[in-house]
Design a protein around this ligand. Sequence first.
Ligand code: UGB
Length: 598
Amino acid sequence: RNNLSLLSPDQIELGKMLLEMGQSHLFEHWPEPGVDDEQKRAFFDQVARLNSSYPGGLASYINTARELLADSKAGKNPFDGFTPSVPSGESLTFGDNSFVQFEETGVREMQNAAFVLVAGGLGERLGYNGIKVALPRESSSGTCYLQHYIESILALQDASSRLVEGGSPKQIPFVIMTSDDTHARTLELLESNSYFGMNPTQVKLLKQEKVACLDDNVARLAVDPRNKYVIQTKPHGHGDVHSLLYSSGLLNLWRHAGLRWVLFFQDTNGLLFKAIPAALGVSATKQYHVNSLAVPRKAKEAIGGIAKLTHADGRTMVINVEYNQLDPLLRATGYPDGDVNCETGYSPFPGNINQLILELGPYIEELTKTGGAIQEFVNPKYKDASKTSFKSSTRLECMMQDYPKTLPPTARVGFTVMDIWLAYAPVKNNPEDAAKVPKGNPYHSATSGEMAVYRANSLILKKAGVKVDDPVLQVFNGQEVEVWPHVTWKPKWALTFADVTSKVSGSCSISQKSTLVVNGSNIFLEDLSLDGALVINSVIDAEVKVGGSVQNKGWILENVDYKDTSAPEEVRIRGFRINKVEQLEKTYNEPGNFCLKA
Ligand code: UGB
């Protein structure tokens, strides 16, 4: 009370609210005015930030926390009353007629789309010290994830405007959700690389705030052990993206600009853009308000399962059940073995890869009601079975894929299943943990993430008629992976299967030890026989035909142990470096027609 004279009227209001919400312990040790006055004001600045960045403010946060903590103590199942079953969705097969049709529709729709990347997570499981979007997607070209994402969006933008007759080219908006952990480094990566060719005004960074930690079951806010004038905070989860987008005002701007789709994606999936055109095609064709991308899921894999939940009162919803909840839910509802594979070798529940496509109109309508608040959960680690105290402070969390939970039953919520090799190769696990993954389950490591890019590109070329040699098995950082020819291309070379077939003709072949880096758009492979490394760079106005027989010693993968600190972290975590022994590299900097006949 003696400190009131230090505070502004707004700060006094916040103080009253905290007292009313049972948070008097925060002020217990405050000395008389004149001591630590600056820190006391800074405390209220933090409270103001925590209050304004949470829908409904801190009081609402504390109330929700009390309810969820009580439920957790009582052992209440969040899916109480619901029975899971396997839902039916659109299942696509790469390269068949309907896939090609969906891709064409998707590319056409791209000019009505906006992309949102959630990149506020530090990736604790990976243990990498940098931001994940700065990691190379593959090391043959060295392109990092963020560059690949931006180049994919720009290529989609160009392709879409070419398809729509008389349509004026639109710039596809790109939002990146960052956090205090990733914001400065993401901005620095963009600025030091001229936004990888994107117009800087096209890119918006929205920073998510952390939320207050909770010390006990009555939701007393946790004081930072290092500074009694600071409330301890932790990340709130990727679900923040909805309230941030809503409060940014961007959604209405997009609606006024005639946009129709918002596509959400995560920080390290090097294959995702191979699946995006067809997935958007499905959304447009089926008129889905919500479309989640899914892949066949191995039981116990750390990706959520998409399930149809039917309540005893008749309500149903198709929703992600997070990986740690699927097994207990199944056991509690008549599946005594829990989360296990069925006769296909996969879990019957498709795996959520958290690529969501939302239709903008219904999305705005829903957020106008909810303010973007997403149903939260709490996951306290209790000291003992009495569940009265925690091992360390906890906080509320939310997930972006829980958005459909508040939708009315009339909402059109669907999902689209694609092949894993085409759509999903995240980089989440450190080498040690990846090496312990049960045989046959995906590693989700930097090693598997890179190998998946080569495999997908090789399989796509195969489907387009190129003779591609079978892979060999190799072990890096204790993980056995298929090593296909190292094929990589820029998104502007090919986005869809139709693009690939239009760029490849005659009788082409690629041996297993080969590397092919296609760094240009109008590069045509005609009767090319590749046994070694070939790198082609070209400017947009150069049309280059590449054929003949290329034979050289090529690029060789050399093992690097993840414990070898003399190697850069990016190299160590994938377990190999590329020794560029010999290659044919050609660069076409001028407009015109060229022929490379090796
Ligand atoms: N992220 C944020 O932007 N902010 C945060 O506060 C936290 C994360 P993880 P997770 O497809 O692979 C999700 O940690 O949460 C970003 C789905 O819930 O990589 O364990 C972060 O930067 C799960 O259902 O994944 O699991 C990253 O881009 C399954 O689909 C993204 O959120 C799984 O991803 C995901 O964070 C998957």
